[in-house]
Design a protein. Sequence first.
Length: 87
Amino acid sequence: MKKRSSPDIIATILEAANGGIGKTRLLTKANLTSTQLKKYVNLLLEKQLLAQCQDRSSNHATYKTTGLGLQYLALYNSIRSVTYINA
C-alpha cells in the first residue's frame, strides 16, 4: 500500500466526516490507527476544520466537517486535479 501524505489523510478524514460520523466509523473509513486518528482529529479540531458534536441518542461524540474544512477539501481537490493533468 502506498504511503499517504498528511494532506491526503486530512482530506480523507474531512470527506468521511462530511455530514457527521462517529469515532469508530471514522477510524475505519479513513483506514487509520487510533494513535493516528487522535493526532489528526486534534489537529483538525484545533484548526477548526472539524467540529466535535454530541450525539443526543447515544450520548457519544461525533465529528462533522466545518465550512472551513469544506473549503480545504475544495482547494485540495482542485490542486489534485491539476497535478493529475501534469503527471
